[in-house]
Design a protein. Structure first.
Length: 96
């Protein structure tokens, strides 16, 4: 069982303000979660191979390549931009 003081400490760490009712509910919920974790600890997993993902996955990398673009399309797009520098769109700074 988890104590109310532990629940309040966890709430403080998470920057949560809990009412008395919320503290009681959180205490019950956390006790249920910890009880479930204890049940999982009772499982026999000796012959189970550890996995990091349920589905095999691998990164897909591609080489950076410049794509050939129609110069007329680029010129049309740039002509519609509010601000440009050379052949690039100019945007305002978002970081100081």
């Amino acid at each position: 069982m988890i104590s109310k003081e532990e629940v309040k400490h966890i709430a403080d760490l998470a920057r949560l303000e809990l009412t008395g009712e919320e503290t009681d509910k959180m205490q019950k919920d956390l006790a249920n979660i910890l009880g479930y974790i204890e049940k999982l600890g009772e499982l026999n997993v000796e012959n189970v191979e550890p996995t990091f993902r349920p589905v095999a996955a691998q990164n897909v990398w591609r080489e950076d390549e410049q794509q050939k673009q129609n110069p007329q399309v680029i010129e049309t797009m740039l002509s519609q931009m509010p601000a440009k520098e050379g052949n690039m769109l100019k945007v305002r700074e978002i970081f100081e």
